[in-house]
Design a binder for this molecule. Structure first.
Ligand code: ADP
Ligand code: ADP
Length: 229
C-alpha cells in the first residue's frame, strides 16, 4: 500500500494567476481521502499534478517518500489508477475494454472484476457475452454501463493508488448508487484520492479536505464537517 503526500504545493497555469496556494495533505496507506470544494477551487488540478501533467511551481508531491518529479510518467501510470469522469470505450468487445492493460488476466479474473463492478449480469444477458462489440459500431452502452466497464478495468489492474475524479457526478440517482457501491468496493483498503463536488458522495472517506480558492480551508470527517455547517 502506497502513501501519497502533498507538501506545501503551489501551482499556477499562468504566472499571474495562482491556482494552488500551499496545499498540504497526506493519503495514508489504504485510506480514502476526499477533496471537496466549489467549482474552480483547484480540485482537478491536484489530480493533474499527481499524474505530472503539470509540475508544481514550488513544494513537493511524494509517493512513498519519493518526489514524483524524479519518476517517469509511464511509471506513475502503472502505480496510479484513474476512474475518469467521461469514459470513452475502445471500438472493440466488452471483454477487450475490461481487460485492456492486463493482457495476462485469466477469464476468471475478468469475470470477477465484472462482478465487483456489478456489470456481470448485464453482460450475461447479451447473446455474445464478453465478445459483444461496443463503441461506435457496436452496442451503445449507457453512461452508467460505460462507467462500470471502466471500473471493472480499474479493478483488474488493482493499482496501489486510486484516483477517482468526480466519477459519479453526471449520472442519475439510481445508477449513481450502483456505481458508488462498485467504487466503494474498489477503494476499500486501497490508497484512494477522491475528487468530489458534494459532501454527500464521500460519507465514508477517512478524511475530507475542503479546498477553496487553492487553499485547504477545513479538514475532518463527514460528521465533523456537517457540525461546522
Ligand atoms: P475544480 O476541479 O476545483 O473545479 P480546477 O482544478 O479544474 O478546479 O481549476 C482551477 C482553476 O484553474 C479554474 O479557475 C480553472 O479555470 C483554471 N484552469 C484549469 N485548467 C487550466 C488551464 N489549462 N489553463 C489555465 N487555467 C486553467
Ligand atoms: P474506508 O477506507 O473508510 O473503508 P472506502 O475506501 O470503502 O472507505 O470508501 C470511502 C468512501 O469514499 C466511500 O464510502 C464513498 O463514499 C467515497 N467514494 C468512493 N468512490 C467515490 C467516488 N467516485 N465519488 C465520490 N465518492 C466516492
Amino acid at each position: 500500500q502506497a502513501v501519497v503526500r502533498f507538501e506545501d504545493v503551489h501551482f499556477a497555469y499562468i504566472p499571474e494567476r495562482p491556482i494552488l496556494k500551499g496545499v498540504t495533505f497526506e493519503v495514508p496507506a489504504g485510506h480514502t481521502v476526499a477533496i471537496v470544494g466549489p467549482s474552480g477551487a483547484g480540485k482537478s488540478t491536484i489530480s493533474r499534478l499527481l499524474f505530472r501533467f503539470y509540475e508544481p511551481t514550488s513544494g513537493r508531491i511524494l509517493i512513498d517518500g519519493q518526489n514524483i518529479a524524479d519518476v517517469q510518467q509511464t511509471s506513475l501510470r502503472k502505480v496510479i489508477g484513474m476512474v475518469p469522469q467521461d469514459t470513452v470505450l475502445f471500438n472493440d468487445t466488452i471483454g477487450y475494454n475490461i481487460q485492456y492493460g492486463r493482457w495476462d488476466a485469466t477469464p476468471e479474473e475478468v469475470r470477477e472484476a465484472a462482478r465487483l463492478a456489478q456489470i456481470d449480469r448485464f453482460i450475461g444477458l447479451l447473446p455474445e457475452g464478453y465478445d459483444t462489440p461496443v463503441g461506435e459500431r457496436g452496442l451503445k452502452l449507457s453512461g452508467g454501463e460505460k462507467q462500470r466497464v471502466a471500473i471493472a478495468r480499474t479493478i483488474l489492474k488493482a493499482p496501489p493508488i486510486l484516483v477517482l475524479d468526480e466519477a459519479t457526478s453526471a449520472l442519475d440517482t439510481f445508477t449513481e448508487k450502483e456505481i458508488q457501491d462498485a467504487l466503494d468496493r474498489v477503494s476499500r483498503g486501497r490508497t484512494t484520492l477522491v475528487i468530489a463536488h458534494r459532501l454527500s458522495t464521500v460519507i465514508g472517506a477517512d478524511e475530507i479536505i475542503v479546498l477553496d480558492q487553492g487553499r485547504v480551508v477545513e479538514r475532518g470527517n463527514h460528521a465533523s464537517l456537517l457540525e461546522l455547517g
